[in-house]
Design a protein around this ligand. Structure first.
Ligand code: ADP
Length: 634
């Protein structure tokens, strides 16, 4: 039993409890896992909006290039370069200022210094003439061939520049930046770029690592990072912008590309420029500074979530100060920080697309429901395992007790069979050998043999009846009978045996009949079993009473009460004595033989008649066993 319990604890209970504990632990992370799933989903949305914004700007840049081509078509570019600003502004509402500069830094248009037509021109010249003239290096965000790069292609500064610079050819001898245009201009321009390459590589390699900037937008998804097992380094990496500026002159940036865009911050304001040059005159660079608010106006149509997610998130375009500049339809979020955000890239450096939750409590609610469901499941599972375990252990101990009782039963029955057989054999041998001549003694021996044979028969009948009942094969022959008469006749047949053993027997019978429907033999067997017990368990006063009477009440019944003055049934065993094989007086300790079947049979027979056998302690000491059968109504 102890071994089975140990196996149960080790193989079932302990692993179940460990699993339950792990499940409870994982419940705590439920919200973070949900947030993580949601953030991956929404990140996809912001990524795609950022890409479409980047693609839109590239598209504008290509359009600018074709406008430049159209502007110079059929003309000498140098002769019309000075009117470029006016022309391009008239054609493209996106352009704030158009400019034209040679690779050597000669600004042809707009003409700086004065006369200035507009304040924009004046500011442009002030801000850019030194940079475009290659006289100063500034921090720029640069994408040499933007038309082939989308939002996903944002690399760290180093990798972007290296890929661009790797297109450049082998350096040759030093040549003047301001050399004349002509058939050798492309080669010359390449040479210029090559000469700059080595300088740039070392300059940018030094600066690239130092120019990392914090992101202004701080998405909320970072909240769960620590729990999602991300290291502090990962977390820090996420807060750092993937876009880094390069410190360079205008001529350095152009390299051998034919068009491109660049962005720079001047007094914390973003300035975006397109540039383009033609193969026919690569020394001449046409460019435009864009009007940012008009560009944003064009972008606002792209700032919208996936149609399937419109009920879940709002989308906003955030500038470098994390201020929303374009919002998706119906935007109402009062949240300062977006749930997730994606940087747009070099075309709009440090601008991001952010996704805001329509209902920020939704994730909490989902997490709470998931937690509750999982918690209930775990609790039910643990409870089921506990109850199952308890039932198994209880059943096991019941089976073990039954097995023990059966073993006791076999030894008890063997003993019960052996004792009368020994007496019968001994006395019959004495009589057969005619060693006893005294007729009184002979009669007494014959009585003993008869009594022992009866005891043997009773025992065998009990065992046979019990096995019949267990198999459900016991049959009853019901007929109308008088319970008082059955009790009296049975007790009378038992009386000689009792009196021989020194018992006094008294009868209390009712004046009239006690009509019942009964199998007389079966009821007689019950009464004999009860009388036999009264005899066995009366160790002091040898007096047995048999009372038959009618019991009135809502359900009137006939009763036979068998009373003795023995020690009575020990406390706590009053009901157990009716269980099969149960013995309150152990054969070994009490010396009283028995099989533990007598009362079991008595009760089963009584119940088959619609009645019962019960035990009551007798007033003044002793036992009182009552056989009750329903009265047969007239
Ligand atoms: P057994 O063969 O052991 O007598 P029973 O089923 O007849 O089996 O009785 C079950 C147990 O009930 C007995 O072992 C005994 O402990 C208790 N018992 C039965 N009758 C009496 C009685 N008259 N007085 C005291 N105890 C009794």
């Amino acid at each position: 039993m102890r071994k089975v319990a140990l196996v149960f604890v080790l193989a079932v209970l302990a692993p179940s409890l460990v699993l339950a504990w792990l499940a409870v632990r994982s419940l705590r992370d439920q919200q973070f896992l949900l947030e993580r799933q949601q953030s991956l989903l929404y990140q996809g949305v912001t990524d795609s909006v950022a890409k479409s914004i980047s693609d839109y700007i590239s598209e504008q840049q290509r359009e600018f290039s074709s406008q430049v081509d159209a502007f110079t078509s059929g003309k000498d570019p140098r002769s019309v370069a000075s009117q470029f600003d006016q022309e391009i502004r008239a054609k493209s509402p996106l352009v704030e200022v158009g400019f034209c500069v040679t690779l050597s830094g000669n600004l042809i248009c707009p003409t700086c210094p004065p006369p200035f037509n507009t304040p924009e021109l004046r500011a442009f010249c002030l801000d850019n003439s030194a940079f475009l003239g290659n006289h100063e290096t500034v921090q720029v965000y640069w994408n040499g061939n933007n038309s082939t790069k989308g939002a996903q292609n944002f690399n760290s500064f180093g990798s972007l520049n290296n890929s661009s610079l790797s297109q450049q050819k082998t350096p040759t001898d030093n040549q003047n930046f301001d050399s004349n245009a002509g058939g050798g201009q492309v080669q010359q321009q390449q040479t210029v770029a090559n000469n700059l390459q080595s300088a740039n590589n070392s300059l940018w390699a030094q600066q690239g690592s130092n120019l990392k900037m914090n992101r202004a937008v701080n998405p909320q998804k970072n909240n769960y990072k620590d729990i999602a097992a991300n290291s502090a380094a990962d977390l820090q990496d996420d807060n750092i912008s993937k876009i880094s500026p390069a410190e360079a002159e205008f001529g350095q940036l152009i390299g051998n590309d034919m068009d491109g865009m660049l962005a720079r911050y001047l007094q914390n304001k973003l300035k975006l420029m397109f540039w383009h040059r033609q193969a026919s005159d690569p020394d001449l660079v046409f460019g435009a500074q864009l009007n940012l608010s008009r560009l944003v106006g064009g972008l606002s149509g792209l700032v919208k979530p996936d149609p399937l997610l419109t009920n879940e998130i709002y989308v906003a375009l955030l500038d470098d100060n994390a201020k929303p500049v374009a919002l998706s339809c119906g935007f109402q979020a009062a949240w300062k920080r977006p749930f997730v955000a994606t940087e747009i890239g070099e075309s709009l450096p440090h601008w991001e697309v952010g996704a805001y939750l329509v209902n920020p409590d939704h994730i909490n609610q989902l997490a709470r429901t998931a937690k509750l469901t999982c918690g209930l499941l775990i609790a039910t599972l643990v409870l089921a395992i506990g109850i199952g375990g308890w039932l198994i252990v209880a059943d096991l101990s019941r089976q073990l007790a039954l097995a023990r009782q059966k073993t006791d039963f076999v030894s008890n029955v063997s003993h019960e069979l052996k004792t009368p057989l020994t007496s019968i054999r001994m006395f019959s041998e004495l009589l057969a050998d005619q060693r006893v001549t005294d007729p009184v003694k002979q009669r007494s021996y014959l009585h003993i043999i008869t009594a022992e044979a009866a005891r043997l028969t009773r025992l065998i009948n009990n065992v046979l009846d019990f096995s019949r009942m267990e198999r459900g094969e016991k049959k009853y022959n019901f007929h109308d009978a008088d319970l008082g008469k059955i009790a009296c006749e049975t007790a009378e047949t038992y009386r000689p045996h009792l009196e021989n053993n020194g018992f006094q027997m008294e009868f209390v019978l009712p004046p009239g009949e006690l009509p019942v429907r009964a199998d007389t033999d079966a009821i007689a067997q019950v009464i004999v079993n009860l009388l036999s017990n009264a005899e066995k368990y009366s160790n002091g006063e040898r007096k047995i009473s048999v009372e038959a009477r009618q019991r009135d009440g809502p359900l009137p019944c006939a009763e036979v009460r068998i009373l003795d003055r023995g020690p009575g049934v020990p406390h706590g065993s009053e009901e157990k004595i009716f269980e099969k094989f149960y013995r309150a007086h152990d054969s070994l300790s009490s010396g009283i033989q028995g099989s533990g079947l007598g009362l079991t049979l008595a009760r089963q027979i009584a119940r088959a008649h619609g009645g019962d056998v019960i035990y009551e302690p007798r007033a003044g000491g002793g036992s009182c066993f009552v056989l009750r059968l329903p009265l047969k109504m007239a």
